[in-house]
Design a binder for this molecule. Structure first.
Ligand code: NAD
Ligand code: LMR
Length: 340
């Protein structure tokens, strides 16, 4: 249980012992991938999860057999890559995580993944909408700015869209921000909490440093920090040199977001995570989805907080973000309309 102690802390472990009785089935689609495997491992270590259902087009039963030897209470099952396997995997799930899809190689943008990942996410969303229409869907597959609207369109077309239950996972931007700012300030990253709003690619990632513990960061240091947060993914893609993008840090971030949703579903109040949701904040500017701080509850997204007070510098970042975001979102919507 070392990892659980490290990741979730004392107070949360106490909460685990209370709520572990509640049954939560969590499904991972793309469970044999670079993210899928460590994400599934972290979920296997989470006592809030009672059933772990793993699906992939390859190797899910093998990954499940491996994880099933870990001596935690949850039951793990891997499903065959068939329509009935996928349906069985999804049925009864409270949370569905989707890390299925191809990752970037050096020189690519996330949008370059659209052609491959759009149809993967559309087809998985169709299956989820049919088998588990009330589940919380957590989209990890890139480009998140487009794959989330793709899921929404699929659910709408099937008449089961609930905007409170669809989330683009932007937690990695928040995780990175607290780490990067702590490196500048020589602090413990656990004490740093940076709100990141907008979307999940390049300039659509808007960290609000003025709202952090270090609003004093300015000038070239601020430019460098913001750039590192916006292009943190590229740092990993470059270092992996063709072998993929962030997997381990993403697994941690995905497990953290799933844990937050489970806590909120099991009655804990005040659970807030920035996440990319169907949001009222900039709809008047034609931006249907936006990441901001969201309070989670048993119904999913309970309360979407506005961006709050930001400075001139951040207003500039936000303006650049909204322009790109609108196009990314429209691209996802248009894709499903043209390829239902
Ligand atoms: P990977 O190639 O290692 O794993 C992807 C897995 O998806 C593979 O096991 C593959 O077999 C599976 N898969 C492909 N098509 C499938 C389908 N139709 N049904 C089920 N499974 C399918 O890639 P990875 O490194 O795990 O990255 C996965 C995705 O996550 C990429 O699109 C990447 O860009 C994205 N990502 C997002 C974030 C984020 O912050 N949201 C962070 C890192 C990576
Ligand atoms: C990330 O932010 O690490 C992911 O979106 C993967 C990528 O392509 O950078």
């Amino acid at each position: 249980m070392f990892f659980v102690r490290q990741m979730f802390g004392q107070a949360q472990r106490r909460a685990f012992s209370v709520s572990a009785r509640q049954s939560s089935k969590v499904a991972v689609l793309g469970a044999a991938g670079g993210i899928g495997q460590p994400l599934s491992l972290l979920l296997k270590l989470n006592p809030r999860v009672s059933q772990l259902a793993l699906y992939d087009i390859r190797l899910a039963p093998g990954v499940a057999a491996d994880l099933s030897h870990i001596n935690t209470k949850s039951v793990v099952k891997g499903y065959d890559p068939t329509p009935s396997g996928l349906r069985e995997c999804l049925t009864g799930s409270e949370i569905i995580l989707i890390p299925a899809g191809v990752p970037r190689k050096p020189g690519m943008t996330r949008d370059d993944l659209f052609n491959t990942n759009a149809s993967i996410v559309r087809d998985l969303a169709k299956a989820a909408a049919d088998a588990a229409p009330d589940a919380n869907v957590l989209v990890i597959a890139n480009p998140v700015n487009s794959t989330v609207p793709i899921c929404a369109e699929v659910y709408k077309s099937k008449g089961v869209y609930n905007p409170k239950r669809l989330f683009g996972v932007t937690t990695l931007d928040v995780v990175r921000s607290s780490r990067f700012i702590s490196e500048i300030k020589g602090t413990d990253p656990a004490d740093e909490n940076v709100t990141v709003v907008g979307g999940h690619s390049g300039v659509t990632i808007v960290p609000l440093i003025s709202q952090s513990r270090h609003p004093d960061i300015s000038g070239a240091q601020l430019d460098a920090l913001v750039n590192r947060i916006q292009f943190g993914g590229d740092e990993v893609v470059k270092a992996k040199d063709g072998a993929g993008s962030a997997t381990l840090s993403m697994a941690m971030a995905g497990a953290r977001f799933a844990e937050s949703l489970l806590k909120a579903a099991q009655g804990e109040k005040g659970v807030i995570e920035p996440t990319f949701v169907d949001s009222p904040l900039y709809k008047d500017q034609g931006v249907e989805f936006f990441a901001s701080r969201v309070e989670l509850g048993p119904e999913g997204a309970h309360n979407i907080y506005p961006v709050g007070k930001i400075n001139k510098y951040e207003e500039g970042l936000l303006e650049a973000c909204l322009g790109d975001l609108k196009k990314n979102i429209q691209k996802g919507i248009d894709f499903v309309k043209a390829n239902p």
